[in-house]
Design a protein. Structure first.
Length: 116
């Protein structure tokens, strides 16, 4: 599976960004698509994910501000990020997992920087 992410950038606190990630290759191997993030000096952590059936899962830190969605016809996952804070600054990585929760791919990472 190949994943290509788009949409990072620099935004002021309180602003919004939308990330997208397009999957290609062995699409049948994908059940869950999601986003992780890694801030400098920190581990990579789950932000949100969505299964093929549409069930979503969010980290507590972004609930109510971020929305994950998926278009199975385009094999693309989106992350709408609103009310951004400097604490959201990180490299965001797209991820795909199989039904057995095994990772099948990582995107290249896209930088999101939120200025105060």
């Amino acid at each position: 599976v190949q994943l290509q992410a788009f949409g990072g950038g620099l935004v002021q606190a309180g602003g919004s960004l939308r990330l997208s990630c397009a999957a290609s290759g062995n699409i049948l191997a994908i059940n869950t698509l999601g986003w992780y993030r890694q801030a400098p000096g920190n581990e990579r952590v789950l932000v949100a994910d969505v299964s093929r059936s549409g069930r979503t899962n969010y980290a507590d830190s972004i609930k109510g501000r971020f929305t994950i969605s998926r278009d199975n016809t385009k094999n693309t996952v989106y992350l709408q990020m609103n009310s951004l804070t400097p604490e959201d600054t990180a490299v965001y990585y797209c991820n795909s997992r199989s039904l057995g929760f095994a990772t099948t791919g990582w995107g290249q990472g896209t930088q999101v920087t939120v200025s105060s």
